[in-house]
Design a binder for this molecule. Sequence first.
Ligand SMILES: NC(=O)c1ccc[n+]([C@@H]2O[C@H](COP(=O)([O-])OP(=O)(O)OC[C@H]3O[C@@H](n4cnc5c(N)ncnc54)[C@H](O)[C@@H]3O)[C@@H](O)[C@H]2O)c1
Length: 420
Amino acid sequence: MKTNQYDIKDPSLAEVGRQRIDWAAREMLVLKLIRERMAKEKPFKGVRISACLHVTTETANLALTLKDGGASLVVCASNPLSTQDDVAAALVEYGIPTNAIKGEDDKTYYKHINTTLDNKPHLTVDDGADLVTTLHTKRSDLISNVFGGTEETTTGVIRLRSLEKSGKLLYPIIAVNDARTKYLFDNRYGTGQSTMDGITRATNLLWAGKNVVVCGYGWCGHGLALRAKGMGAQVIVTEVDPVRALEAAMDSFRVMPIKSAARIGDIFITVSGDKNVIDLPHLKLMKDGAILANSGHFNVEINIPALESLSTGKKRIRSFVDEYTLKDGRCLYLLGEGRLINLAAAEGHPASVMDMSFADQALCLEYLVKNHDKMGKKVYSVPENIDKRVAALKLKSMGINIDRLTTEQKKYLTSWQEGT
Ligand SMILES: NC(=O)c1ccc[n+]([C@@H]2O[C@H](COP(=O)([O-])OP(=O)(O)OC[C@H]3O[C@@H](n4cnc5c(N)ncnc54)[C@H](O)[C@@H]3O)[C@@H](O)[C@H]2O)c1
């Protein structure tokens, strides 16, 4: 039942998509090396892969790597708003069936996930765990074929760990998100820069002097707060974890509960992976004109039904900007329908960081092909040697050399005898 089916917006966009995929490839030198090797060694020969990822130029480079490595690959979007329609068209032209249309409704989004699963995958690649959840709940008849999977992002890993804990995870999945070469760079620098880019493109506002509230000080929050500060904003951080809140305070940011920040903020950005972080009581306190954006997960971090319940009307005043007029006369502005703003209004992470995340993806998928029979139905960390290999290759691609431990140092660092 291998699928050749695809559903994209406009096949004539393929040429533009191809050019942009090539442009991204210039910054993805680690993946390029892996692609060249895989094209020779064909580690995915005879392997069917179903991938649910943001359909961007960087993802296209991963998809081409897997295809050159011999995989029979089908792709769908991991977010209804993040698809780049020209990239989807180019992927189809490259012979990779793709099911993704920017702005697709929820019904089409799940239809596309199901078509992608019709590929009867041996391996799944997911970003947020919607594909894996659909497979485990509605398409469990296909699970006997699957021997492994990877998960790209924080929230997906949380969902999978919960599936594992309930004893219901049915095959091994590697949490690519937890590789140091992923979260330290992709979540921090990638989300930091591209979220600022998405909000800037959507609104064209000036950051300098604005009160920017960052909800969640994980790796995404670290990057975002740093970038907002760099643009001249006064940054406020809200947290629930005392250690991270302390870190934010010592990183020079104001830290307070969202209820206090709600009265002060000009721009609110959620990056917590949590639900209703901005909720009804907070919306009631916000200043007229406050802007709300999410770069964390799905569209649940800002309580949109609560915003609707407070409003008398909603108007799209620019692309990706909805003006909500509240019963008391204030207006609040929701960007990108509360979905990941860096992917909705900009182009997602820059290729250079995705180079590392997707190098991890390609190497972890290869690892699963080779090692799945020794693995259990668990969520696994990325093997340390893959993480280090990706970092070493990235440094090499940047022309940076580093020191090596001397024999004396190696001995010193592994012994207990030497003191002061
Ligand atoms: N936009 C993107 O392209 C992109 C990229 C990477 C990750 N993500 C998503 O961003 C989210 C955050 O990722 P991360 O790696 O920073 O995760 P993380 O787990 O390192 O950090 C999340 C932080 O949010 C805090 N938090 C939870 N509930 C909160 C609440 N009610 N109020 C304030 N803070 C709260 C947690 O204590 C934690 O410190 C995840 O959903 C992840 O999937 C998005």
